[in-house]
Each structure stands twice: as C-alpha cells, then as structure tokens.
Design a protein around this ligand. Sequence first.
Ligand SMILES: C[S@@+](CC[C@H](N)C(=O)[O-])C[C@H]1O[C@@H](n2cnc3c(N)ncnc32)[C@H](O)[C@@H]1O
Ligand code: SF4
Length: 458
Amino acid sequence: MKIDQLLYQKYNKPTPRYTSYPPANYFKEMTDYKTVIQAIENSNKEAPKNISIYIHIPFCGQLCTYCGCNTLITNNKRLINDYVDTILKEIELLKPLLDDDRKISQIHWGGGTPNFLPITDIQKIMHKIYANFDTITQPEIAMECHPAHLTKSYVDDLVALGFNRLSFGIQDFNEQVLETVNRQKPLLPIDEIIGHIKSYPQISLNLDFIYGLPYQNLKDYAQTIHKAAELSPDRLAVFSYAHVPWIKKQQKSLEKFGLPSAEEKIALFEQAYDILTAKDYVPIGLDHFAKPADELSQALKTKHLHRNFQGYCTLETTGQVYALGVSGISQLSSAYLQNTKSITKYIKSINQGIFPIEKYYFVNQQEKLIRDIIEQIMCNMYIDFKSVASKYQLQVEEIYKITQVDFNILKEFETEGLLNFKNDILELTRQGQFFMRNIAASFDPNMKNNQKNFSKAL
Ligand SMILES: C[S@@+](CC[C@H](N)C(=O)[O-])C[C@H]1O[C@@H](n2cnc3c(N)ncnc32)[C@H](O)[C@@H]1O
Ligand code: SF4
C-alpha cells in the first residue's frame, strides 16, 4: 500500500484524533457540581443501558521518553495504597447514582501501567466492583499491561478475576530504539509470557507498537513487525508517534537523537501495513489490525464498529463509560465528565464525598448528530446520510447544513481518490482510510475557524 506523498504533505496538519466529539480540549471548567451529578443520574435513562467502567492507574516504574499518557513514576507504596483505597471509595460514591437494573458489560484498566499494582490491589478493586454491580454474562474485562512487571502467576490471577483481554505495550523489538526511549525491559521473554497467555483460550491479546521514534529504520522495523505477526496476537495497534513536547516536556529530549522525517514515518507505516495485511490482518481505523475472525473485523464488515477513549469496540459490548481515577473521562450519551489530573486533589475530594470532576461538556442534539457522523467515518469508513437523517427525524439537507460540510471539499477528496460520494452515501477508499481524520474534520463545524492545537493528522 502506498500513501500518496503529495496528499500526505497536504493533509498532515493539526487535526483532532476524534476519540470523542467534541474533542477533550473543548471541555469546560466545571462550575456547577449539581448539574454534573444530574448528568450522571440522567444517564440511567439513556441508551446504551449497559455500564462500561474505566479505571485509570497512573503509576509506572520508569518514564518512557515518548510517552503521551497521564503517568506518575513512583515507588511510594503509601501513595499507591491511598490511591487504591480512593478508587474503592469512588465506586461506593458512584453506586447509588446508577439504577440497579443496569449491568456492567465492559471493564477497562488503563494507565499508566495497571499491572504495576500488586495483584492484591487489582483483586480488591475487582471484588468491590463485583460486590456493587451485576455484570452481563460475558463482560469484556481488559487491562493494558507493561511486560516489565508481568509474571505468569499475575496472568493466572487476572484470569481468575475474569480478565479476558490483555494488551501489551511492546513499541519495538529493537534494543537500540527501546534504550533510547528509556523503555524498561520485559521481565520474561515476550514469547514465553505470550505462550502462557495463549494457554488460556478465552484471552484475546493485543500488542501495541509505535512508529516515528529515533533510530527506527525500514529494515529493523520490518523485523519488529514480522516478529509481531509471528506471535500471532488477535489484534495489533501500530501508533504514529504523537510528538507534542509543548504538552509532554520530556519528549523534547528525543529531538537530539533525530526523529524520522515525515517521509520516513509514512514508509514505516506503509511497510507495517503491507506485512500485516499479507498475514491476513484486517486494517481497522487508522492504526489497528485484527485477525479476520476477531470481533472488530466482524463489526467492521457489518458496519457496527464503535470507538471510545479506550479504543475500538463493538456496539454489543459498549456501555456508557464511567471513569474512575485521576484524569479519567466518563463518556455518557449526553455528557463528558473529566476527573482532576492531580492525585492529591483526587484523593482529597473523594475523601470528602465529592466526585473530583474538573472538566465537563454537555453534548447537545446537533453535536450528537455530528458525533455519529464522525464516528462512522473513523470506524466504519461509510455513512448513509439518509439513515442518519431518519434517526434524527430530519431531512438529509438539514444534516448537511448542521455539519456545515463544504461540498467543494468533498469533491476535492473525491477527485483525489479518497472517497466516493453518491446518493447521500459516503464511502472512504483504501487510500482515504489514511486521511480519515481530515475527512472527519470536514464534517466538524468547530474546525471552520479552529484556534486549538492538535497533533498532526498522520
Ligand atoms: C498506557 S500505555 C500501555 C501500557 C503500559 N504503560 C506500556 O507502556 O506498556 C498505552 C500505549 O500508548 C501508546 N503511546 C504512548 N505514548 C504515545 C505517543 N506519544 N504517541 C503514540 N502512542 C503512544 C503506546 O503504544 C502505549 O503502549
Ligand atoms: S508508555 Fe506506558 S510505561 Fe511508558 S511511561 Fe507511558 S504509560 Fe508508562
């Protein structure tokens, strides 16, 4: 697969990642606590009815220089204990706000490094959740893990708790790259720990990689991706390195090693794409690949793929997301609520019986419609505007008016071979898939006179 260089230069400009609509930098400072709590209560009446819980564990053993996540490097056991106790209290605070007939369909542990916590802490939190909420028959229970802290017995204990999805950050197998970005080494050889995970057929495995780091080159990165495919995970993520040193100051230090140029970066991705698709992995969205039998590939086929802050998922399992822990974002049908990023403030607030929500956004009907369209583009690469119109009981012309889409721009995308648009149906081409953030942005009225700073589109 070749990405057109001229189009790449034209479209590689700051564009939202659209993990939410509106994106998180549109969220407002929280001023009225009561209405925010009301929003949580109102979510009981909205679809989807199921509950997804997101738990953010910010701790890590060592700072990877490229990292864009919300993390704290610490070995302070007292702070970690206090944090875990606070999550238990946050579950107790949330419980009375949600109707008893609502069930958990998904639990996602992200970070940071959730498996940096002793397994006893994970057990405490999971038991607290199970004691307070019912679950559907087969909830999806996932953890983002760092192989530096993963033993076989830890995996066994996770399985005993009901975990059925594990994701590993690998980033690259090349040692020079890993040392340059200050990445901790895996505790056990990767094939050994993966071999152990595979002895549990119920576990679906994802591996994360990044391209665009210092010292990455086509030859070595090909070896990394071939090795990844040999390990045969159910899913892989191949993320474009997001260099945002104005937000993540430590990233600046990578510049002295020399970051791959835009052309080199694109070639690294094209190569990874070719290797993985040749091994029958199905490209999902911008940066994911899944085995053909995986639920994501199946959902893409039937145009039921969905996405939230935690990544791609299927409509069947996705509930309204209630986030626990620092910086977590609850993603409800009509509101986004973000917890404080400060651990001290988080602990203090929960101890006073107050949700530590610092930012919020209430999504109005028009924004829901735009969100639907953008999600369709980012996930299924296909929209039938007539069916969107009928869902919102509007005329199709009104849909175009609300999104403020410029038909000349759509025509330009079409001439460039990025999409087909006919009879109110828009479908991205293979090439268009790489430019989905730009195509999505053309349906975002906020981008018409945008003053915000985003990472580059590709
Ligand atoms: C929370 S971490 C995964 C778990 C664990 N902390 C680890 O690193 O193995 C989430 C993933 O985000 C990706 N990531 C982190 N910073 C990034 C950046 N600046 N650009 C692109 N991807 C990034 C990495 O691939 C990482 O595996
Ligand atoms: S990439 Fe993972 S381990 Fe590294 S600092 Fe970020 S969250 Fe922590």
